[in-house]
Design a protein around this ligand. Sequence first.
Ligand SMILES: NC(=O)c1ccc[n+]([C@@H]2O[C@H](COP(=O)([O-])OP(=O)(O)OC[C@H]3O[C@@H](n4cnc5c(N)ncnc54)[C@H](O)[C@@H]3O)[C@@H](O)[C@H]2O)c1
Ligand SMILES: CC(C)(CO)[C@@H](O)C(=O)[O-]
Length: 314
Amino acid sequence: MGSLKRPTVLILGAGAVGLALAGKLGSVATVYAACRPVHAGAIRERGLVMEGVWGDGTVREVIPVTGPADVPPAIDFVIVTAKGTDTRAICEEYAGVIRGRPTVSLQNGIGNEEVIAGYTDTVIGGTVTTNFSVLGPGHVRVLSESAPMRLGVWSGDAGEALGELTGIVRSAGIPVEAEPDIRAGKWGKALLNIAVNPICALLRAPVGVAADEEIRGIVDGLVRETFAVAGAEGVRLPWATVDDYLAHLFRVQVPDFAAVYPSMYHDLRLGRRTEIDLLNGYVARLGERHGIPTPQNRCIAALVRCAEAHPDWR
Ligand SMILES: NC(=O)c1ccc[n+]([C@@H]2O[C@H](COP(=O)([O-])OP(=O)(O)OC[C@H]3O[C@@H](n4cnc5c(N)ncnc54)[C@H](O)[C@@H]3O)[C@@H](O)[C@H]2O)c1
Ligand SMILES: CC(C)(CO)[C@@H](O)C(=O)[O-]
């Protein structure tokens, strides 16, 4: 990619995160957003409507696509923002576009990069610690930016692509940092989702519920188990001790997100499969492999799976 050429980005699975990202990157890049027809129709008709901390207004630069046939050959970067439950399916659908291209996962949970690596050699892992929600067709809201986006080389010769992409994201006005150990970065972000997403989804409560006296003990247990499992996996989490992370969670993250609902809340409410098996369910499975007890993660994952299976009980 020449430095003077306007970069071209394809976002795969554009909902809350992907549409907001498309809207923001549209000022510095040509952006194609692979989304559902309901969003594509609204965006073609009147543009993408954005509100919140990434700006208010209507963005007309985003080009919606609803299948690989709509994607032009000149794509510089692919960014996957589908739910982890859809990663394989969307990679299959767009396999011809992904092949040979630097492809980024900006998803929560553990395991998405491994799936994407089956489709291209050059994978970049990413985290985004901000709240996004879909308010209607082609209409998104962004709240509570708690940390910069983090991007790091997952596999392949992605160093140059990482530098270019970080520059593009920064020039669009999104705080971003290069992450030297993106595996640790992904686990570090997953701690927040493991701690709050299932509880908020089950209780239909915003993130602030984690500070409740009764709930705090559960959150504490979920995080301690996850730290033990991450340690057994050889992951060097960004916090030296579990108490350091719990202090950050309760002093920074829970207050930052106190009023917002996490993505799993929306999934359960809308009757969609949740990412529980890339989060608490994943920790429980790994715990079993390492002989580490994970009763709290096992329990909460079972509750979420039960709520997924029984529409009347959620
Ligand atoms: N919402 C948040 O605040 C937030 C914040 C940080 C990270 N995340 C993570 O980012 C990822 C995306 O979350 P989200 O909240 O944007 O989810 P979302 O459900 O709002 O968006 C994903 C979109 O991808 C679409 N999609 C799936 N397969 C598709 C296909 N084959 N073709 C076209 N569209 C397809 C879905 O229909 C959906 O609209 C998840 O891993 C989530 O955990 C979310
Ligand atoms: C940061 C977060 C918990 C809040 O939206 C997000 O990761 C989510 O919704 O999953």
